[in-house]
Structures are given as structure tokens and as C-alpha cells.
Design a protein around this ligand. Structure first.
Ligand SMILES: Cc1cc2nc3c(=O)[nH]c(=O)nc-3n(C[C@H](O)[C@H](O)[C@H](O)COP(=O)(O)O)c2cc1C
Length: 181
């Protein structure tokens, strides 16, 4: 059940060096290719990166928050031909979260590294760097890179009582102030 996976799911940024098996990679691959997309245009492409040097470079493609990619035995870059579909961001986001859930179902950990609208520490856009690292053709953009591997940290799932129940509305929007932190 998806909810059982979601109850356990957390972002994992520490990984064992142990590589993924061919069977695990096959399941992740099939999951990505089964992602629904608007009008079935499938604007996405997925680049599986295991080379440590390349993973290190991906981890530096934005100023903060992607360093964990160096330690993840697998980094999946979710990229799109942005001319293929006006809602490529939605299409790619769906594929990205589905592969995270498939990883969870295999007992693997994962984390999303946002790349769209982000910059390298040298001030150039993350996209410019990624274009070089991944040798992307013109017209392609990277939504995110998902780091995946065997977890080397353990986190408990969010407690049901901590969920933001006031975000759920019935029939119409009713603003409920969030409690002060
Ligand atoms: C669109 C999106 C972008 C994210 N970007 C990053 C990122 O660049 N680096 C990172 O370490 N985590 C990133 N995350 C993970 C979030 O920080 C994480 O999901 C959030 O803090 C909640 O923690 P949890 O996933 O453990 O419940 C991103 C998540 C989403 C959905």
C-alpha cells in the first residue's frame, strides 16, 4: 500500500557505498518509464549516473543542498526537452517522486536535489553546469537529480498527529491559522 511507504518515507542524505543491484536498477527504470505525462508526450529523459567523479560534480552544480549526491551510489538526473510539453515540470516532478517511492519500496533511501532555478556558487546557473556535466543537447533542462542508495542514517516517519490537518478543506477554503512556532 502506498500509504505504508509514505508513513516510513523520509529524505535520506547519507548512504552506504554498496552499489545498487541490476534488479533494483531495473525496477527504478521501469517505474520511471511508467510515469504518466500530460497528453502522453513523455518529455522526460533520465540519466543514471554512478561514476563517482560525475556524482561529485553533480553535487557541486548548485551552491547548497546537493552535496549528498557525491555519497549516493546512484544519481538519477530527471531532464526534459522543454519544447515537447508546456507542463514538463509537472511531468518530470511526477516521475521524480515515483522513483523515490519505488526506491522506498526496495528499502533504499533517496533525496531530491532541486536544480531548476538554482545557481552554482560561481553565480552561473546550475543548468549551465549541468549541461556541461551531462552533455545535454540544446533545449533540455534538468528539473532535479535524485540521489538513491542504501541508507546510512535512520529517520522515523512523520507522526500522524504532526501532519498539517488544517491544509485539508471541505467544500470550500477555510483559513485556519497555523499555531505559532
Ligand atoms: C521540490 C523539492 C525540492 C527539494 N530540494 C532539495 C534539495 O535541493 N536538497 C535537499 O537536501 N533536499 C531537498 N528536498 C527534500 C526536502 O528538503 C524534504 O523533503 C523536506 O525537508 C521534508 O523532509 P522529509 O522528506 O524527510 O519528510 C526537496 C524536496 C522537494 C519536494
Amino acid at each position: 500500500m502506498v500509504l505504508d511507504l509514505l508513513r516510513k518515507r523520509r529524505s535520506i542524505r547519507e548512504f552506504k557505498a554498496q552499489p545498487l543491484t541490476a534488479g533494483e536498477i531495473d525496477i527504478l527504470t521501469e517505474t520511471l518509464l511508467r510515469s504518466p505525462s500530460s497528453r502522453g508526450r513523455n518529455p522526460w529523459e533520465f540519466i543514471f549516473v554512478t561514476d563517482p567523479e560525475l556524482r561529485g560534480r553533480l553535487g557541486q552544480a548548485k551552491a547548497h543542498g546537493a552535496e549528498f549526491l557525491r555519497k549516493a551510489p546512484l544519481a538519477v538526473a530527471v531532464v526534459a526537452d522543454t519544447d515537447k510539453c508546456d507542463v514538463w515540470i509537472e511531468d518530470c516532478s511526477i516521475a521524480a517522486i515515483l522513483v523515490q517511492m519505488a526506491a522506498e519500496s526496495l528499502g533504499l533511501g533517496s533525496c531530491w536535489a532541486q536544480m531548476r532555478l538554482r545557481n552554482h556558487k560561481d553565480g552561473r546557473s546550475s543548468q549551465e553546469h549541468l549541461k556541461e556535466i551531462l552533455q545535454l543537447p540544446e533545449g533540455y533542462q534538468v528539473l532535479a537529480v535524485i540521489g538513491i542508495g542504501h541508507p546510512a542514517e535512520s529517520k522515523t516517519g512523520h507522526r500522524r498527529e504532526d501532519l498539517l490537518w488544517n491544509k485539508i478543506h471541505r467544500e470550500r477554503f477555510v483559513l485556519v491559522e497555523e499555531p505559532a512556532p
